[in-house]
Design a binder for this molecule. Structure first.
Ligand code: HAM
Length: 428
């Protein structure tokens, strides 16, 4: 056992894992650019109140999972690591007066989030999200555009069988009546409710619907459905979102039990799953509309919508589906020399080639040339640049390790020749 290990619920992304994340992040950057989003970074921690007020006090994320930072002094403000980026981005929208920018303001970020959750496969205490937010457009067309963007992300990442589940969870006009109906329903089942759910019944009854407690499944299945209690405006909005999705060719399924785990949602809510996957209770991503959040965090009332996709889970599914292609990271050339002690020349030539933007390794071991060349072929490197007596008059040997051919090249031509060989290798 090593003395130190990564904290429980976290993991190291080793180079192979990091390469997959890199690919997903590049795809996210490329896609959001195509859809007109601009990248933003907000701090990894905020005043805890940003999350308490934004996400809601009576949610798992705030009540049980928030990583609070111990205050350094009595007066210190209370901070917490971000469990998700939406509240912080909306805080930034208000702080920087983005309501005066052309609306909607379309922002994207990708980075680590922190939740003190019970760790298991696909559920970590530090995990990565690819997030998009469009603030200042009441929809419904943009709702469909955002859902399509999420759907396309999985398709282009190579994930097979992604299902889109959508729902409407109403707004301040229709939700209060629904909440009263729902409260009445659960009160009728009070004897069967686990204590934590009983406690939430009077404080935030919607949370009972997405309870992870297995004892709740049966009671929840028979609960009154929000979609049967939508006001006319919410109902028309939802119909239009679905019509736009159909027109765009995005396959979706209405799931009237989908309420999401954060309090800021209004109207459109959606989640992405891989159909038939073991551990199916885990969403690959989710999001929705949050028309009250900007005002809740001190801005003037402004609608918004967005999603967060869990990159750890996407990587996991790609691996399960056999779609992880190892990335080729071998350098183009390795610099070796006949003189085992001459590491100076090797470094000098390698440096020259790196200055010409080529990927080059210098063999810095003090081994015989034969041993250096043996090592050179193993990592898939294409060329060996061999430094010998010719170096004195400005020449080196270049060996094509794959073809087994070798020729003399003037130092002045070396970078150009290797670059040309690399280009023809990639395109040929
Ligand atoms: P969320 O559903 O809480 O939404 O998280 C979004 C996604 O993050 C999940 O579907 C999942 O893939 C991933 N995720 C969440 N928790 C974990 C975890 N412990 N380990 C691994 N992956 C996890 C939000 O966070 C909202 N901010 C989404 C949003 C943006 N809504 C509007 N704009």
């Amino acid at each position: 056992m090593p003395t130190f290990r990564a904290p429980r619920g976290t993991r190291d992304l080793l180079p192979e894992d990091r390469a997959v994340f890199d690919r997903l992040m590049r795809l996210g950057a490329d896609l959001t650019h195509r859809y007109g989003y601009r990248a933003i970074e907000t701090p990894l921690f905020e005043q805890a109140a940003v999350f308490e007020r934004g996400i809601g006090e009576v949610t798992d994320v705030v009540e049980k999972e928030l990583f609070r930072i111990a205050p350094r002094t009595e007066e210190a403000e209370s901070w917490a690591l971000r469990p998700e980026p939406t509240a912080g981005i909306v805080r930034a929208y208000v702080q920087h007066g983005m309501q005066t920018w052309p609306q909607p303001v379309k922002l994207t970020t990708t980075g680590p989030m922190f939740r003190y959750d019970r760790p298991q496969a696909g559920r970590y205490r530090q995990f990565w999200q690819f997030d998009v937010e469009a603030i200042g457009d009441a929809g419904p067309a943009i709702d469909a555009e955002i859902i399509e963007l999420g759907h396309r992300f999985y398709a282009e990442a190579g994930v097979e069988g992604v299902e889109v589940l959508v729902n409407s969870i109403g707004d301040p006009a229709c939700r209060p009546a629904y909440i009263a109906t729902l409260t009445e329903y659960y009160r009728g089942h009070a004897a069967k409710l686990p204590p934590t759910e009983m406690d939430r019944l009077e404080r935030n009854v919607l949370r009972l619907l997405d309870s992870k407690d297995p004892d709740m499944a049966e009671i929840n299945a028979a609960a009154p459905r929000i979609t049967d209690h939508l006001c006319e405006a919410c109902s028309a909005h939802f119909e239009s979102v679905k019509a736009h999705l159909t027109a765009l060719g995005v396959p979706f399924r209405v799931d009237s039990g989908l309420v999401r785990g954060l309090d800021y949602y209004t109207r459109t809510a959606f989640e992405f799953y891989v159909a038939g996957r073991a551990g199916q209770q885990q969403a690959l991503g989710g999001g929705g509309r949050y028309d009250g959040l900007v005002a809740l965090l001190g801005g003037k009332p402004t609608p918004g919508i967005g999603f967060g996709l869990g990159l750890d889970r996407v990587a996991l599914v790609l691996a399960e589906q056999g779609h992880i292609v190892p990335t080729d990271t071998s350098p183009l050339a390795v610099v070796v020399s006949a003189d085992p002690d001459d590491t100076i020349s090797r470094l000098r030539i390698a440096s020259l080639l790196r200055g010409a933007r080529l990927a080059v390794r210098a063999d810095l071991g003090r081994r015989k040339l034969g041993r250096q060349l043996e090592g050179a072929g193993k990592d898939g490197t294409h060329f060996a640049v061999i430094l010998g007596d010719e170096l004195a008059d400005g020449h080196v040997q270049v060996r094509d390790l794959q073809a087994g051919t070798q020729r003399v090249v003037a130092l002045d031509d070396l970078a150009r020749e290797l670059a040309r060989a690399e280009a023809s290798h990639h395109h040929g």
